[in-house]
Design a protein around this ligand. Structure first.
Ligand SMILES: *[C@@H]1O[C@H](CO)[C@@H](O)[C@H](O)[C@H]1NC(C)=O
Ligand SMILES: *[C@@H]1O[C@H](CO)[C@@H](O)[C@H](O)[C@H]1NC(C)=O
Ligand SMILES: *[C@@H]1O[C@H](CO)[C@@H](O)[C@H](O)[C@H]1NC(C)=O
Ligand SMILES: *[C@@H]1O[C@H](CO)[C@@H](O)[C@H](O)[C@H]1NC(C)=O
Ligand SMILES: *[C@@H]1O[C@H](CO)[C@@H](O)[C@H](O)[C@H]1NC(C)=O
Ligand SMILES: *[C@@H]1O[C@H](CO)[C@@H](O)[C@H](O)[C@H]1NC(C)=O
Ligand SMILES: *[C@@H]1O[C@H](CO)[C@@H](O)[C@H](O)[C@H]1NC(C)=O
Ligand SMILES: *[C@@H]1O[C@H](CO)[C@@H](O)[C@H](O)[C@H]1NC(C)=O
Length: 530
């Protein structure tokens, strides 16, 4: 794995510094995913929104701008919004295209969400806060409202010859079928673009470049990646020129791994499944999560580092539609913030939303009142702050794979120095305890569980023994890693929060690594650059 990682990173590092920098710049971010139509209205009104109707409810880009404080206050420094291009209009029989995934014209914007000025204003508002904008794009298909489609309704691909011959995907074990047959159904056929045709391919490459440039986007999430041949993607990513993260909807790391070679990153679907089942009940299988993550660390181009880690998204039932036990919820929500990948939180999870399968999981957030003083909002705030503190305290945090130290049927310990995450699926009536002799802290180091602000001391060998009430998770860090003027357990914190202040010389090590690499060619020090 280490060798693969070096190879993968060195090439873009020398050939395309801007591109490589973009992926690296995303690695220390934390992403808030929102459904534009359901997040916030332009004028702060709170129209009713019956998710089962699948109609536009009124969210806009101006609405998002008006609620950036809410997002930033939780510690997020990037947002992922719904696809922005013009979609099919009217009620298709499967509802309206409020989600943005039913493209009609790739060169026009979805006017329900606002104007080009509004989208540019959103990008500017984000950038002035030091936040990033991730666009969501669909390249595989266009959406029709009749079968066969009226091809002339699409733009710019307006003839049948621009598409693969109609056939709905019937065999997911046949990759040709997956790539060349169609998604959707006879009500909303998703006409599959002929991405074996050079004209189509070049149009898409030019388009993504223009889209990113026109709206100064910082990253792009790509829909239905596995439905286009793999060798389409490297040039698409290069034309995007920013961080690319692909949706490869499959739970098998062997299936997903090759896609990590053609894009910067994938959404971590393989982990999502065992993560959900591990924490959804006390009988969940924690070993299955450990095994899966270990496989992914060993088989993806950059291990798990660049993957997008999520517990919820727009396509799956929310976690709280499966259990309302807040201890299980808090444990599961902790995962994306303590592992190797980039944390992604799907809007509404912080408000305790409970929607089941699509369309129920696309609730209007305005109905929550955006209340900030709530247990899960505070949970997310603390987790984001702890991750930021960990990155600042030890730059190796981003480049050292998380290690599982001890797993029992109801507890696991995940070490990613300076963070030790102690998780449990015992549920709210359990009293979990963890014994982690090889936790790796300095002997007798003063530590704190940031979720409860409980002081803990490492033992004489740097090990940790701890227990929690009510099945709560613990996120343990040295008190020296926390800023004493900061928001996380300030009464115990002893650090200043500034990088390099604790003597591991993080910033300097990386600089030395680059210099050494340039001087002597590719040596083992490149491992530090991930
Ligand atoms: C993330 O890392 C980049 C360097 O790659 C640095 O410039 C930036 O300040 C860091 N941002 C955060 C939020 O830590
Ligand atoms: C807010 O905008 C909606 C939709 O455009 C409109 O129906 C409503 O009257 C507006 N409310 C206020 C208070 O301006
Ligand atoms: C795979 O799918 C393609 C496209 O549908 C089809 O032409 C081909 O016969 C299938 N191959 C097998 C082995 O089923
Ligand atoms: C970007 O802007 C150019 C110039 O206005 C325009 O021709 C092009 O269609 C735009 N591209 C997209 C994807 O919006
Ligand atoms: C848990 O998952 C592992 C696979 O990682 C499997 O070997 C084991 O049998 C499972 N345990 C139970 C109780 O199902
Ligand atoms: C544990 O969670 C369940 C499910 O939400 C709830 O019914 C129960 O009251 C909770 N028990 C405690 C002790 O919080
Ligand atoms: C920083 O991380 C590295 C790699 O995990 C670890 O060896 C080292 O002990 C950590 N240092 C601190 C101060 O956390
Ligand atoms: C520590 O917290 C204080 C108060 O919030 C803040 O001004 C300072 O920038 C923080 N230090 C770092 C390095 O984040």
């Amino acid at each position: 794995m280490f060798t693969l990682r070096i190879t993968a990173l060195v090439a873009p590092f020398f050939a395309l510094p801007v591109f490589a920098a973009s992926a690296n710049e995303w690695q220390n971010r934390s992403i808030y995913q929102l459904v534009t139509d359901r997040f916030a209205t332009s004028n702060g009104s709170s129209p009713s929104c019956d998710t089962s109707q699948r109609l536009y409810c009124g969210g806009t880009w101006q609405g998002v701008i008006s609620k950036l404080d809410y997002i930033q206050n939780m510690g997020f420094d990037a947002i992922w919004i719904s696809p922005v291009v013009a979609n099919v209009e009217g009620n298709t029989g499967e509802g309206e295209a409020f989600h943005g995934y039913w493209t009609r014209d790739i060169n026009s914007l979805n006017e329900h969400f606002g104007s080009a000025d509004d989208l540019n204003a959103l990008a500017s508002a984000l950038h002035s806060r030091g936040m990033y904008l991730m666009l969501d794009v669909v390249v595989n298909h266009m959406a029709a409202t009749s079968n066969p489609p009226d091809y002339s309704s699409f733009s710019p691909f307006n003839t049948q010859a621009d598409f693969h011959a109609e056939c709905f995907i019937s065999d997911y074990n046949n990759q040709t079928d997956v790539e060349q047959c169609w998604l959707g159904d006879t009500t909303v056929p998703l006409a599959d673009l002929n991405t074996e045709n050079d004209d189509i391919v070049n149009t898409m490459y030019t388009w993504i470049k223009g889209l990113i440039a026109n709206y100064t986007a910082d990253g792009v999430r790509i829909d239905t990646v596995k439905h286009i041949r793999k060798d389409f993607w490297p040039d698409f990513a290069q034309n995007a020129g920013v961080f690319t993260i692909g949706e490869v909807l499959d739970g098998d790391t062997n299936y997903v791994a090759p896609y990590t070679q053609v894009l910067d990153s994938v959404l971590d679907y393989p982990t999502f499944y065992p993560l959900t089942s591990a924490f959804v009940s006390p009988s969940g299988n924690l070993s299955a999560l450990v095994d899966l993550v270990t496989q992914a660390q060993g088989s993806y181009k950059d291990g798990e580092f660049m993957t997008g880690s999520f517990l919820e998204n727009q396509d799956n039932p929310r976690f709280q539609s499966m259990t309302l036990d807040q201890a299980l919820v808090k444990n599961a929500m902790t995962w994306p913030f303590v592992q190797d990948g980039i944390p992604i939180l799907y809007y509404g999870q912080e408000q305790g939303y409970t929607g089941g399968a699509d369309p129920a999981n696309r609730e209007a957030l305005w109905l929550s009142g955006y209340v900030e003083d709530k247990p899960l909002v505070n949970h997310v705030k603390t987790l984001n702050a702890a991750r930021k503190a960990a990155i600042a305290y030890n730059s190796s945090f981003l480049t050292t794979p998380a290690k599982f130290l001890s797993t029992t049927s109801s507890t696991l310990a995940l070490s990613k120095p300076p963070v030790l995450a102690l998780l449990t699926n015992g549920g709210n009536s359990s009293s979990p305890s963890w014994s982690v002799p090889d936790a790796g802290f300095p002997a007798n180091e003063p530590l704190v569980d940031v979720l409860s602000c409980t002081a803990i001391n490492a033992d004489g060998n740097g090990g940790v023994s701890a227990s929690a009430q009510g099945g709560a998770p613990m996120v343990v860090v040295p008190v020296a890693a926390l800023n004493k003027s900061g928001s996380v357990c300030p009464s115990l914190a002893t650090g200043s929060g500034s990088q390099g202040s604790q003597g591991n010389g993080a910033g300097r090590e990386v600089a030395t690594g680059v210099a050494a690499m340039l001087a002597v060619g590719l040596s083992v020090v490149t491992g530090m650059l991930v």
